[in-house]
Ligand binder design. Sequence first.
Ligand SMILES: Cc1cc2nc3c(=O)[nH]c(=O)nc-3n(C[C@H](O)[C@H](O)[C@H](O)COP(=O)(O)O)c2cc1C
Length: 165
Amino acid sequence: MKTLVTYMTQTGNTQKIAEAIFDGITDEKDIKDINDISSFEGYDLVFVGFPVLQFNIPENVSKFVSENVAGKNIAFFMTHGVPEGFEAIKSWTGSTKDIAASGNLLGTFDCQGKVAQPIIERLEKSDDPEMQAFAKMAAAAPNKPDETSFQKAKEFAKEIQAKVQ
Ligand SMILES: Cc1cc2nc3c(=O)[nH]c(=O)nc-3n(C[C@H](O)[C@H](O)[C@H](O)COP(=O)(O)O)c2cc1C
């Protein structure tokens, strides 16, 4: 069995989770930036990771997955600036089910990731109280993902791998 861990990242948070997932896989495995792959061919299981951007899954990730997922075992992992368990995450990322519809979706993992300082400052300056609240939540988590996040990601990788074997 061969597993691919692929990810999109802008500031490194999702890459760190990708590395923890990769660490948790015990079979043959590759880890690659999503920009460096052209398909999921040759893999029995793929983990696809992304940061939540603008209350959504990044367009390039949705497109790549929906075009390549047919018949594949897939699991998602994502990082976001809001705390884990924040209710809206489900609606921001619920379409993972749709984009993976022609594959076999085995699970999703999410965790908080620190937000780049210029973004926090932009949110703080907003007139919108909701944006100011996001700024506060993000500013309160300057060290995420952390060791606990990596441990949970590793466990997630093992759980998903066990579903395929
Ligand atoms: C332009 C932009 C938009 C973002 N939008 C959201 C969002 O809608 N919800 C959220 O929880 N976090 C949002 N974030 C925070 C990122 O999802 C978070 O910092 C993530 O861990 C970044 O991952 P990366 O380091 O792999 O790029 C946004 C960040 C940026 C830069």
